[in-house]
Design a protein around this ligand. Structure first.
Ligand SMILES: Cc1cc2nc3c(=O)[nH]c(=O)nc-3n(C[C@H](O)[C@H](O)[C@H](O)COP(=O)(O)O)c2cc1C
Length: 466
């Protein structure tokens, strides 16, 4: 559509995107157990390129060999991953009318949910503490200087591999309550050494990662950061109360980094050579500022049951969630969760006013007008979408053709079952209400998770050869 700001191409650090919509990170169990990507992974990603997005930000590729969580998520922690990526990335980039591919890298730290056998590496964090909700380890443990230096190096090596693999850019995840976020967040980082104690020192880990990554990838490769626009540590309160040290101990624990603090970090990231900021919000994953909608209690309980063997905490958590009738737990855990559109646009706008690099907004985008207005009125330069595209992978085409929304019945309801299921089931939309039948729902899920047809000679050809 002529003159539509959504379809106005944009270049970030010489990488040209043909429209303003990115598919946001969506991870699922589509890789091999060693983290190498598969044809199923490629076909899943390709579906969004075929659907017309200007670019894709991958799920989190793990940089630490041991903290690959959950199972069958992709990894970039070893060179073994490279040939697989080199084989499949061009097929994604060449799909549709061409699609940029940015690989997100990260490390869950103590938010590691799964390992083959319990391992102390799943305790790694900025400082000691406890969190009943995130990860499986019984406690989180303060990383030593040597652990931290190793981790910085892992990010740098991983980023260099992203470039070698042929991606268009690399994004560091500093959100989601993952390791970098654990260092940034004053409620989690209780250190009083070079890596914590005030805002400068909490930033030091990310600063060093940025420097090490830039050095390895060179000045010309696209480097973005996924950042929480504000931490909202005490939201939702039910989950925050499951954390130690207690959330009510100080203002810093209660609030986390607020929008003003994150604005200051954004300026520092720009000075360190970040090419764009990808703005989400909240602490931990899932959290209602990042994933507005309902808390997917049934699905999360299935997942927690499946990992109960890993630790005393995991066993207790799973047992606890069976102590009350399901509707009671559902009601309790849904406190603080609400459906919402464009929920982080205000935070993205605030950052955009502060920095000169492009800002990508994420969280609850689905309506044509919401996306268009966000871009047209300067709230952000691009938007990224996850669940809306999982529900309607051709949404961008619909925007282009009709400049309008899909039928109401087909829209994502923000039930969040997809996120609850992502660790146990094939990735797709599990909102039965959106489909005419259960069979239709399963068909869409399986269509997302299809392998390539093997190139096998037919029987007659084999007989002829013999
Ligand atoms: C199934 C699923 C898997 C996700 N996996 C990741 C991930 O691996 N890394 C990440 O940073 N965000 C991940 N997210 C978060 C999304 O990228 C996005 O921030 C969130 O869904 C909010 O955007 P939306 O309202 O457009 O869905 C995931 C979301 C979903 C629904």
């Amino acid at each position: 559509m002529n003159g539509d700001p959504i379809f106005d191409p944009i270049s970030i650090h010489d990488v040209r995107f043909r429209n303003r919509i990115l598919r946001s990170s969506i991870g699922g169990r589509s890789c091999n157990y060693d983290g190498t990507v598969t044809d199923v992974w490629k076909n899943f990603e390709k579906r969004f390129a075929d659907g017309g997005v200007g670019g894709i930000v991958s799920t989190t590729f793990h940089v630490n060999e041991k903290r690959r969580s959950p199972f069958q998520y992709p990894s970039i922690a070893s060179r073994r991953c490279l040939p697989f990526l080199r084989k499949y990335l061009p097929q994604i980039q060449g799909a549709g009318e061409g699609c940029r591919y940015i690989m997100q890298i990260g490390d869950p730290g103590y938010a590691t949910y799964v390992q083959l056998l319990p391992d102390r590496s799943a305790e790694a964090s900025a400082s000691d503490g406890f969190d009943l909700m995130l990860g499986y380890a019984n406690r989180r443990r303060m990383m030593s200087d040597a652990d931290i230096e190793r981790s910085i190096d892992e990010y740098a090596v991983a980023a260099a591999r992203v470039r070698e693999a042929g991606a268009d850019g690399v994004e560091i995840t500093a959100s989601k309550g993952y390791l970098v976020h654990q260092f940034l967040n004053p409620g989690i980082n209780r250190r009083s050494d070079a890596w914590g104690g005030d805002e400068d020192r909490r930033f030091h880990f990310l600063e060093r990662i940025m420097q090490a990554v830039r050095e390895r990838i060179g000045p010309d490769f696209l480097l973005g950061i996924r950042l929480s626009g504000a931490d909202f540590n005490s939201h939702p309160l039910v989950l925050a109360l499951l954390r130690w040290p207690p959330v009510f101990m100080s203002r810093e624990s209660w609030v986390g980094n607020d929008a003003e603090q994150m604005r200051r970090y954004a300026l520092r990231l720009e000075a360190l050579g970040a090419d764009y900021l990808h703005v989400v919000a909240g602490y931990g994953f899932p959290n209602p500022r990042d994933l507005p909608g309902r808390f997917p209690f049934e699905e999360i309980r299935i997942f927690f049951d499946s990992i109960r063997h890993l630790s005393g905490k995991a066993a207790f958590r799973s047992t606890l969630l069976h102590t009350l009738p399901m509707p009671v737990w559902r009601a309790i855990l849904n406190l603080g969760w609400h459906r919402g559109d464009e929920v982080n646009l205000d935070l993205a706008r605030r950052m955009r006013l502060a920095v000169r690099i492009p800002v990508i907004a994420n969280g609850g985008f689905q309506a044509y007008r919401g996306v268009r207005d966000a871009v047209a009125t300067g709230g952000c330069d691009m938007v990224s979408m996850a669940r809306a595209l999982l529900a309607n992978p051709d949404l961008v085409k619909a925007f282009f053709r009709e400049g309008d929304d899909p039928a109401k019945a087909a829209r994502c309801t923000q039930c969040n079952r997809c996120i609850g299921r992502t660790t146990t089931s094939p990735l797709g939309c599990y909102e039965r209400k959106r489909f005419d039948s259960e069979a239709a729902m399963l068909e869409q899920i399986m269509a997302f998770n299809r392998a390539d047809e093997p190139d096998v000679p037919d029987a007659a050809e084999i007989t002829n050869r013999l």
